[in-house]
Design a protein around this ligand. Structure first.
Ligand code: GDP
Length: 442
C-alpha cells in the first residue's frame, strides 16, 4: 500500500540524530490504529504510519537510519532529509531537544525550513519536567514560531501536538472548516433560561444549524454558522435534557457545568436579570477563569426587568464581580429573541481575543514601556528588579512568560497591574490571561 499515492496529507518528522524522532513517531502512533510499513528506498529507510485523529487522516513519515552514519556525513544527510520533507510533506515536525538546547545543526536545518513555505511545528522533545518545558521558549530564536515542548518518553504534550496537527491539515480527510469552529458553552444556574436561549438561537433564521450526524462527540454538540463563522455549541443535549428533569432534581449542577466549560473556548454565562448575580453565578464565573476561558455575561430575561437601565444594571453587575471587570455584558431576552444574535457576535469577538498572538517584539516594547513608567515596587533592602525579556508562550488563553532577575520579588498586585495594562494596550476584552514571572537565565 502506498499512502503517498492515495493523497493522504503527509506529516514528516525530521531532526538531527538522537533528539528522539523515533520515540516521537512511536508515541504519536501510540494506541491508535496505525499501518506501519518499512519501505527500503534507494537512499534511506522510511517508516510510514497512517493516523486518524479528530476525524482527520494523515500519514506520518519518519526518516530513520541517520543515527548510524559517521559524524561527518550526518550534517549532509540531515539536510537532505529536510529537503525531501519540504518537497513532499504538508506539515513538518522539526524535532529539537530541550536538554542540549539549540545546536549548530539545528540552526542550519531551521534556515532551510524558514525558506520553505511549508507549515513547520517546532517540537522540543525531552522536556521531561516543568523547568525544561519552560526553557523551550528559548527555541523561539530559531525563527520558526512557537515551540511545542513535549516528552515523547513520558507522553507529555502529545495530545496537544496532535490537536494542532489535525487542526492545520488540509486536503483529503480534512474537515478544517468544521474544526476551526468556535466552541461555545452556554452555562448558568437552573432556570436562568439556557434551554430557551438555545432554542431561540437555533430557531433563528439567520443561523444555519448543521444537523449532519457526526462522531459521538459531535452528537451531543450542535454546529451552527452565522455570517460565515462556524460555532460549536458544547453539550446541547445536556442543556435540552435539563428542561425535562429540573423539576425533579437539579443534577446539572456545577460539575456538569465544569465539564462543558473545560471543552469550550468561550463561555456564555447566563444570569437571571430578575434575580441579579447570585453566589452560584460567582462560582461558575470563577471556574471559567480558572480554566482560562473566554467569557461573556448575558443578563437574560431582560424583558422582565423594570425600573433599571442597562448602564445602571451593568454597573451593579461589575460591582458584584470585580474579578470579571474585563468581561463584556449583554442584555438578552430568550423569550423575545432580543440580543440573542448580538450575544453571538460578542462571543465571536471574545474568541478572537482568547486566541490572540502578540509578537515578541511588540510584547517587549509594551511591557518595557509599562515597566519603565511603573516598575514593580521594592521591599526594604531588596535590589532593583530588572526586566530581561518577555514572550508569549501559548494562546487560548494568551499566556505570557516574563524573565526577570528576581521573580520572587514580584508581588501579586503588580501582576494584576500589569495584566490590566496589557489588556488596555492590546484591547484584550473578555478573555482570561496568564502572566508568569521566572528568573531562569536565558
Ligand atoms: P434553564 O434551566 O437555564 O435551561 O432555563 P429555561 O430555559 O428552562 O427557562 C426557565 C424559565 O424561564 C422558563 O419558564 C422560560 O420560559 C423562562 N425564560 C427563559 N428566558 C426568558 C426570558 O428571556 N424572558 C422571560 N420572560 N422568560 C424567560
Amino acid at each position: 500500500m502506498n499512502l503517498v499515492e492515495e493523497k493522504i496529507p503527509i506529516v514528516a518528522i525530521i531532526g538531527r540524530p538522537n533528539v528522539g524522532k523515533s520515540a516521537l513517531f512511536n508515541r504519536l502512533i501510540g494506541q491508535r490504529k496505525a499501518i506501519v510499513e518499512r519501505t527500503s528506498g534507494t537512499t534511506r529507510d522510511r517508516l510510514y504510519a497512517q493516523i486518524s485523529w479528530r476525524g482527520k487522516l494523515f500519514a506520518l513519515v519518519d526518516t530513520g537510519g541517520l543515527d548510524l552514519l559517521s559524524s561527518h556525513r550526518i550534517s549532509k544527510a540531515v539536510k537532505e532529509q529536510a529537503s525531501v520533507a519540504i518537497a513532499e510533506a504538508e506539515i513538518i515536525l522539526f524535532v529539537c531537544e530541550a536538554k542540549d538546547g539549540i545546536v549548530g545543526l539545528d540552526r542550519e536545518i531551521a534556515l532551510l525550513l524558514r525558506k520553505s513555505s511549508k507549515q513547520i511545528f517546532l517540537v522540543v522533545n525531552k522536556a521531561d519536567n516543568a523547568t525544561l518545558s519552560e526553557g523551550a521558549v528559548d527555541f523561539y530564536q530559531l525563527g520558526l514560531g512557537k515551540p511545542y515542548p513535549i516528552s515523547a518518553m513520558h507522553g507529555l504534550g502529545i495530545g496537544e501536538l496532535l490537536d494542532e496537527i489535525a487542526a492545520n491539515l488540509s486536503g483529503s480527510g480534512a474537515r478544517s472548516s468544521k474544526d476551526a469552529a468556535i466552541k461555545v458553552a452556554i452555562v448558568g444556574r437552573p432556570n436562568v433560561g439556557k434551554s430557551s436561549f438555545l432554542n431561540c438561537l437555533l430557531n433563528e433564521k439567520r443561523v444555519i444549524v448543521d444537523e449532519l450526524p457526526g462522531t459521538t462527540r459531535d452528537a451531543i454538540d450542535t454546529r451552527f454558522r452565522k455570517d460565515e463563522v462556524d460555532f460549536l455549541l458544547i453539550d446541547t443535549a445536556g442543556i435540552r435534557h435539563l428542561r425535562k428533569i429540573k423539576n425533579v432534581v437539579d443534577i446539572y449542577g456545577v460539575s456538569q457545568a465544569r465539564a462543558s466549560i473545560k471543552r469550550c473556548d468561550v463561555c456564555l454565562v447566563l444570569i437571571d436579570g430578575t434575580e441579579g448575580v447570585q453566589r452560584d453565578d460567582l462560582g461558575i464565573l470563577k471556574i471559567v477563569f480558572g480554566e482560562g476561558k473566554g467569557c461573556v455575561m448575558a443578563v437574560n430575561k431582560w424583558d422582565l426587568v423594570k425600573g433599571s437601565t442597562t448602564e445602571k444594571y451593568e454597573r451593579a453587575v461589575r460591582a458584584t464581580v470585580p474579578f470579571a471587570r474585563f468581561v463584556p455584558v449583554v442584555f438578552t431576552s430568550a423569550l423575545t429573541g432580543k440580543n440573542v444574535l448580538a450575544a453571538v457576535d460578542v462571543v465571536k469577538k471574545t474568541a478572537e481575543y482568547h486566541s490572540t498572538i502578540i509578537s515578541t517584539g511588540e510584547l517587549n516594547r509594551e511591557i518595557g514601556a509599562i515597566w519603565k513608567a511603573h516598575p514593580p515596587p521594592l521591599r526594604y533592602g531588596t535590589k532593583e528588579i530588572k526586566l530581561r525579556y518577555a514572550t508569549q508562550v501559548s494562546t487560548k488563553p494568551p499566556n505570557f512568560l516574563i524573565f526577570v532577575n528576581d521573580s520572587k520579588a514580584i508581588k501579586k498586585s503588580y501582576v494584576r497591574y500589569l495584566e490590566g495594562r496589557l489588556r488596555e494596550s492590546f484591547g484584550l476584552v473578555g478573555t482570561s490571561l496568564r502572566i508568569r514571572f521566572t528568573q531562569k537565565k536565558k
